[in-house]
Design a protein around this ligand. Structure first.
Ligand SMILES: NC(=O)c1ccc[n+]([C@@H]2O[C@H](COP(=O)([O-])OP(=O)(O)OC[C@H]3O[C@@H](n4cnc5c(N)ncnc54)[C@H](O)[C@@H]3O)[C@@H](O)[C@H]2O)c1
Ligand SMILES: O=C(O)C(=O)C[C@@H](O)[C@H](O)[C@H](O)COP(=O)(O)O
Ligand SMILES: [Zn+2]
Length: 361
């Protein structure tokens, strides 16, 4: 597998390199892409580091070994406490404006490392080294940030990376539930842009952790290209980028309400996507292939019901503070048809009614 996808961001263009074994040449890639950089700090997810940090470091000559800092694994690390610690380490290690941060890990490491880079000395460069399936989404497009107990990703910045260096071989060690989490974002990309891609996924992906390499390659390429097309058109979410939030209004509320890390991001988004499809049917008076989708996802091991601990009013309260909400009105990304998304203002009662129905299932 060897692919290069170029992303035109508002400030610069950057490559997404998809290549097996790329981790072994990290030093040389970095020298090529950012030849003028001074210090490098690798912010590494603890679990990803235990598998792959050595491979990465082996590519560096003794004279240019980077600084490494380990981030505890899990969603709770996207926090103020970790953010402040990372900034302190940047200062203590003497990073300057030409220094570079590298994020080794999934969306958690990528989001907080990107936000550290976005704000340290008012912004330094960073590269993404994704190690999860989900991070095909999170590493591209420059949304960086951390969580607040009152809402997901409520503190953050748009700050595009200088490169995304994706070695799919590193996905081999992912547990099944993390494959499921990442696959939800693949499905999302299909639902908002291409019904044919959804059909292709149904025909080719039957057990997530044993997807064959050629299927994985096609799936990653198509999903990344979908994301790239959207962020190139609307990097700062003034319009169409909101479509990438399909399933996230409820998904984020579930994550916040259950407590960060109690469910994976992707599994919460999967519940949110089914909910948004039901809402779409009501709102537009149409039929979507919901039962077919539920059957497919359940076969892959997804739990798609709202968990008992969450109640409708609490979720509604959180959703009203969603970043897409404006002037007190609720906004949802809906599907007028499979493969096309729209951001719509929606009446609170319609959402509450459907949530209450869901709670009974
Ligand atoms: N910025 C964006 O555009 C964007 C997009 C989607 C999601 N996100 C964010 O991404 C986060 C979720 O990312 P994630 O699903 O990658 O979670 P994650 O980073 O927490 O990784 C999931 C788990 O897998 C482990 N792990 C990582 N790489 C591994 C590997 N190769 N082998 C074995 N274990 C490994 C981690 O330690 C962690 O326990 C959420 O915070 C979400 O909000 C951001
Ligand atoms: O890139 C985007 O834009 C997305 O919405 C991608 C989502 O998968 C991702 O979870 C993102 O972090 C959500 O953004 P937010 O603005 O709703 O926090
Ligand atoms: Zn997401």
């Amino acid at each position: 597998m060897s692919e290069r996808i170029e992303v035109e961001s508002d400030s610069h263009s950057y490559p997404v390199l998809l290549e097996n074994g790329l981790r072994y040449s990290f030093y040389h890639l970095l020298e090529d892409i950012l030849p003028d950089h001074t210090k490098l700090m690798i912010i590494a997810d603890e679990t990803a580091a235990s598998y792959y940090l050595e491979d990465l470091l082996a590519s560096f000559p003794d004279s240019a070994k980077p600084v490494v800092t380990i981030l505890p694994s899990g969603e709770t690390s996207k926090s103020m406490v970790q953010y402040e610690r990372l900034l302190t380490e940047c200062l203590q290690e003497g990073l300057d404006r030409k220094s570079v941060i590298a994020a080794l890990g999934g969306g958690v490491a990528g989001d907080i490392a990107g936000f550290t880079a976005a704000t340290y000395m008012r912004g330094i460069r960073y590269v993404q080294i994704p190690t999860t399936l989900l991070a095909h989404d999170s590493s591209v497009g420059g949304k960086t940030g951390i969580n607040h107990p009152l809402g997901k990703n409520m503190i953050g910045a748009f700050h595009a990376p200088s490169a995304v260096l994706y070695d799919p071989e590193m996905l081999i060690s992912l547990p099944e539930k993390e494959w499921r989490s990442g696959f939800a974002e693949v499905i999302k990309h299909a639902f908002i842009s291409s019904p044919e891609f959804f059909v292709w996924l149904q025909n080719h992906v039957h057990k997530l952790s044993s997807v064959d390499p050629s299927t994985l390659e096609k799936m990653l390429k198509k999903s990344i290209e979908t994301k790239v097309a959207v962020v190139q058109e609307d990097e700062r979410e003034a319009g169409v980028r909101a479509h990438l939030n399909f399933g996230h209004t409820l998904g984020h509320a579930i994550e916040a309400e259950l407590g960060y890390g109690k469910t994976t991001h992707g599994e919460a988004v999967a519940v949110g996507m089914i909910f948004a499809m039901r809402l779409s049917e009501k709102f537009y008076g149409i039929k979507l292939p919901i039962e077919e989708t539920v059957k497919y996802l359940e076969k892959l091991g997804y739990y798609l019901k709202l968990q008992k601990q969450v109640n409708a009013e609490k979720l509604l309260f959180i959703m009203k503070r969603d970043k897409k909400a404006s002037g007190g009105s609720m906004r949802f990304v809906l599907l007028p048809e499979l493969g096309r998304a729209e951001l719509v203002d929606i009446r609170e009662e319609m959402v509450l009614d459907l949530l209450e129905e869901e709670e009974l299932t």
